[in-house]
Write a protein of this length. Sequence first.
Length: 227
Amino acid sequence: MPDNPHSGHRLRLRERFLKEGLNGFDDHQILELLLCYGVPYRDTNNTAHSLIDKYGSLSAVFEADYEEVMRMKGIGCNSAALLKLIPELSKRYMADKWRGKPQLGSSTKAGEYAVTLFIGLNYEVFYLICLDSQNRVNMAAPVFKGTINEAPVYPRVIVENALRYKACGVILSHNHPGGGTNASKADIEVTEKLKTILNSISINVVDHIIVAGKEYLSMAENGVVRF
């Protein structure tokens, strides 16, 4: 097996990570370290820089199209698959961390839980978080993909899911992939409409949480809608 001329640098990167975590790393250094495991015998620094230059951010690299990434110099099928694995692995990790029936007894807990549902998603998704009588999660069901302005689909699908998962209460949640957690007029109108429909079948709407990256807005906590 040939000697790897970059092994010393890779070893230093790995040891630095194990000692300090990723807090002191630049985005390209994180990619460089990660790509070491997909590209055993080649310098990954230039490739990491090229990825950041092309996509603009670390998260955008992980969310990029697999075939498109494969066409970049220095990236093979193993490296492209490794990059695509990261957001899915993060999502699975967070789901496992919240495994069982987490109790969402506060807006903070509900917001933290909702954030984990949207890891790695660069398109809008609407979730219905179904709760039992103790505010424990029965199911977090993705009920719609697209913009919230396409509201006519919501009532039937949401009622079906709320009944299927025996919800005593529900938390509505959707993401803003473009950033910003402010509630739009459509967000508020849909929330009010769903409150009326679900209340009519004795299911309480507890909150509507808007997620943007690691940030979230609780409509209940911020008084956007009266629950």
